[in-house]
Design a protein around this ligand. Sequence first.
Ligand SMILES: Nc1nc2c(c(=O)[nH]1)N[C@H]1C(S)=C(S)[C@@H](COP(=O)(O)OP(=O)(O)OC[C@H]3O[C@@H](n4cnc5c(=O)[nH]c(N)nc54)[C@H](O)[C@@H]3O)O[C@H]1N2
Ligand SMILES: Nc1nc2c(c(=O)[nH]1)N[C@H]1C(S)=C(S)[C@@H](COP(=O)(O)OP(=O)(O)OC[C@H]3O[C@@H](n4cnc5c(=O)[nH]c(N)nc54)[C@H](O)[C@@H]3O)O[C@H]1N2
Ligand SMILES: [Mo]
Length: 735
Amino acid sequence: MKHVTSGGGWPAMWYTLRKARQAGGIWKLYKAMRSRNACKTCAVGMGGQKGGMVNERGHFPEVCKKSLQAQVSDMQAAIPEDFWRTYSIAQLQKFSPRELETRGRLVQPVLYERGQQYYRPISWDDAFTRLTRKLKQLTADETFWYFSGRSSNEAGFLLQLFARMYGTNNVNNCSYYCHQASGVGLMSSVGSATATLVLDDVEHSDLVFVIGGNPPSNHPRLMTTLMHVRRHGGEVIVINPVIETGLVKFRVPSNVRSMLWGDAIASLYVQPHIGGDLALLTGVAKRVDEMGAQDETFLRNHCEGYETWLARVRATPWSEIQEKSGVTQRDINAIAERYAGAKNAVFSWTMGVTHHVHGVQNVQAIANLALMRGMVGRPNAGLLPIRGHSNVQGIGSMGVMPRLRDTIFNRLVEHYGVTLPTTPGLDTLGCMEGADAGQLKFGFCLGGNLYGSNPDAHFAAQSLSRLDTLVYLNTTLNTGHAHGLAAETIILPVLARDEEPQPTTQESMFNYVRLSDGGPRRLEGPRSEVEVIAHLAEQTLGSQGPLDWRSMHNTGTIREAIAKVVPGFEPIADIDRTKKEFQIAGRTFHQASFPTPTGRAVLHAHDLPDLMSDGDQLRLMTVRSEGQFNTVVYDEDDLYRGQDRRDVILMHPEDAARLGFQAEQRVTVRNETGVMENILVRLYPQIKPGNALMYYPEANVLVPRRVDPRSRTPAFKGILITVEAKSPRPAPSNA
Ligand SMILES: Nc1nc2c(c(=O)[nH]1)N[C@H]1C(S)=C(S)[C@@H](COP(=O)(O)OP(=O)(O)OC[C@H]3O[C@@H](n4cnc5c(=O)[nH]c(N)nc54)[C@H](O)[C@@H]3O)O[C@H]1N2
Ligand SMILES: Nc1nc2c(c(=O)[nH]1)N[C@H]1C(S)=C(S)[C@@H](COP(=O)(O)OP(=O)(O)OC[C@H]3O[C@@H](n4cnc5c(=O)[nH]c(N)nc54)[C@H](O)[C@@H]3O)O[C@H]1N2
Ligand SMILES: [Mo]
């Protein structure tokens, strides 16, 4: 397959036309894309009342392939009824993620019962009766409630409230596999868990760090901003073990000059080892200190922990920094010099930073470096975790986490007189382990693919199989429906955001709350998430309790409740009347006053983790291709990395030569967690030697259940593997 030499550009445009054909014509797709609904893919924040394809600075047109893919997926025809009689569970298990996704939209509730070979359609009434009966039999802490970041604030708020009034804190979201380390790290450093700036600040900065992320693929609309920074004479420093094509050069489709010639993005590209960032960031800080370029006044007036941290940085030898980061002194100095010369620096990062056992420390190290030069707490500079799902941040704000924030807890009790549990709840992996141990009997998944997103896929299937009942609220089929099967498994089909009968709201990563109008349903059958949750709650808890669940079918009533109990969300109460979107107060720091107990930001000292690997092992990252959205695969190819298939391992030619492999050779990849056979070796000079790349979710059979103790996020990057010439040996006992 041809390897493109820039991101975006004509391939993206052709793709749009092809997708438009699938969606029934360009006009139909354009109308759907322009409807006033928040974009369905990543959390950069688009659409809403300004209409689709408009960014947070009001710029139009902004489109990306991902939003087209998501839109066209929702515009698919219904899965026909005979599908469920035609394909057995065993056959569904043979389907690839892409084959499942492209079967069409889910339109009727279906039930699988252990011992049967097939799912079978059931009525909504039957589904509700089964669930209610089960919930009445169980004690609350035998259940768990998982949320993806795709649902609305209203659905998220309502379901977590129901789960807690039912009596459990086993409430969590996909963030535990995503940006939880950012939330925990930022909270410990600056007292707030989200981005400290707005999009306009990034546009006006003169240095942007892009650490451990692949925005050309995963946050394409951010590329316009990076292009602007470069055109204003600013710098972009990329820190990534892989040279990602679109981070070198990108053609922004909405810009003529960019389309024709392309825009250089990275002004400096540095390749650490997978997991080498903490060492590298410490090295940059050490060099900035040697140069005397820190902002002493800021550190003295607005920070604590500075002396301890600095002493540790100074005591860390250069040799250790170089060895553990895999970066040369020259490169470290080059980063430090550019940073020392910058007036306004923005630090952005994604999964290359959080998916490690030291994920929280990575985030703290980024904050340390920013604080060192006073880059937090003023305009045009700051900290920017580039969030994943379109509403993952809103789901968090709504209290979808095991421990409800005190303010929300107290206000719920005060305003609604409800009784809420105080027993500790389980995080996402905790629930999987609880299920495996037989302590949990019932799981409820609002969107997402809990099976497919988990580390250790064999364990995930086994753990879910120990549940009595598992419920999935989804729009399309995914691998969870085939492999994540409890004794009784029910799939409930729901409406997508732009098909909702009532308005809903979402929150972007820059802390904007925006309104989605909803729209006409495309298919008969699916129900609104809010309606399903309110109905289940009423049937389970009865209509006599402190909360009138019937009124909660109305998203306006839910917003009134959100306005009363969630701090910063007061204006949401009449957003559908005023149409005034708003930014959540207290989250953007243009002044150096931090919501920590002392009002000061905190610097944290760290020991550098060892880069594990011995001799013949490689360090593996499991990542997304350009053609997928998480566990949903739209296209088998990865345009930007020049791959035409997914069952591949990308390794540096030097490693291949050292280990005795050739391009296109079939190999077995294994470690203590699992085995993957028949994998194709692809030589990939763009990856740093010693490291390898495979695609998630297929490679999850190799991901151990090793988590960051503070954020409970698994290390989806930095997995030790051995690669062997194809020779089937028995699998390890736990696989
Ligand atoms: N098209 C598309 N868009 C998406 C998604 C999608 O699947 N598809 N998913 C959404 C979600 S939920 C999320 S969380 C985001 C994910 O967005 P990303 O974080 O960009 O996603 P990954 O594919 O995990 O890519 C990780 C990047 O980090 C690099 N990396 C790996 N290990 C390390 C390391 O140790 N250090 C450093 N510095 N870099 C490393 C990899 O080379 C890769 O470029 O995207 C969101 N947007
Ligand atoms: N090895 C490895 N594993 C990883 C990662 C990695 O980088 N490597 N990344 C992790 C990350 S960052 C994340 S966020 C998780 C992803 O975890 P999840 O959020 O659990 O998974 P998704 O694949 O995004 O969910 C896909 C499903 O969402 C459903 N869906 C789409 N739209 C809607 C909607 O409007 N409502 C409802 N109810 N359902 C909808 C569709 O049915 C689709 O099948 O995976 C994690 N797992
Ligand atoms: Mo994510």
